[in-house]
Design a protein around this ligand. Sequence first.
Ligand code: SF4
Length: 491
Amino acid sequence: MKKKTDSRRSPAEVLFSLHESCGVFGIYSPSEDVARLTFYALFALQHRGQESAGIATADGKTLRIFAAMGRVSNVFTEESLKNLTGSIAIGHNRYSTSGSSRASNAQPIIVGNETSTIAVAHNGNLVNAEHLYQELVELGYKFNGTTDSEVIANLILAAPGKNWLEKIRHTMHRIQGAYSLVILTPTELYAVRDPLGVRPLCLGRVDHGWAVASESCAIDQIGASFEREIERDEIVLINGDGVQSFPGDPGKRGLCIFEYIYFARPDSLINGKLLYATRQAMGAGLANEHPIDGDIVMSVPDSATAAANGYATASGLPAVEGLIKNRYVGRTFIMPDQHMRDLGVYMKFNPMPQVLDGERVVVVDDSIVRGTTTPQVVKMLRKAGAKEIHMRICAPPIKHPCYFGVDMATRGELIAAKKSVPEICKYIGADSLGYLSIKGLLKAVDQPRENFCLACFTGDYPIPVQLEMDKLGIEILANKRSEVCDAMEDD
Ligand code: SF4
């Protein structure tokens, strides 16, 4: 496996940050090349994580795995796919929110003993992982990596129960937080969604089998047909007998509203609604709440494109493309000083003075997190000749960090936690700034408030969280433990 050793974000990652935790996929189909279909599905889910990718397959007896650092197209070769034989597969794209970005934390994770082996892929974040990690270590469980996902895999292995279904349900009673899981045994595929339903997970039908995916775009990508969303607290079992559902007893709902604003692909469906249409409605809401005398409307590409179209339609202003995005800029280049950071933005976006010169521009973006990118975009548009710049933001001000699988900075780094809207407007250098209200956002998604987690706007988390939670919490515990072991050996 290729290794990346830096565990913290590079300056470029910080600059362009608002990142999802992961994408998962699973398929059961005795008549198909399941590894290759999983590879295609991971392509469709690439936007959910680009740090590492992996596939595990099962052939009735043995599990095989290949996982490495990098994007899907870099990780797999014809040969690695050929070696992944079997009729069941799971796959994973990672963006790290628990444990650092390194090969030993790539997923799926395989755990097992002489009698039983499973592979697990996880999208989400647990809020009680450190405590469970310590408990497992004391019981003698060995960890290869430092993620909450490995905690889940080992808990399932350690859980009491006559079969995997009972072990999984037992584990669900112990873990808290966000988890959409796909679990592979030698003969079965399980799909699991947490009681709040924080991260999406859906079921599709392939010719002679079934598939599950974080988003419906991956189901479309492999030519399968969308069946339904997996319910909160539900376990779906897929094996030679077909599909069986084991509903749970979910309480509160807590779907992450950022799936609608930013994370999921616009061609995915959530709660039966196409995200492209929902984002257009967000743009229309912004036009209603924050009208302005402008000449043109544009987006910060790509995630705000649908919202900019919605703003343009509702306001009657023409929609234009004023910034072209270079889709091939990775996150690994380093930017040691301000000059380089400015150049970094130019590497990602190129403004077109021919479109912008002398215009009063309404710029629609999905969110402002730290406030590091927006001032640079504003500066770049002014330099390209824009006469006025009016920023319109789909997400209400983000004042609280996320503990459910979105790497969204600490509270001290969130600009809206420290500054008022007029202060932010001044800071980013715009002529005006308007955020969509929570009410306007809920109107766009067309669902009641109680269906969602809105904690990064309100601070009202759907389950209790430890406010000082550290993404590297398990890593810190593991390091302390190995220091203690080394000291004992030295003695
Ligand atoms: Fe999503 Fe924000 Fe809730 Fe995190 S805190 S799950 S980003 S809505």
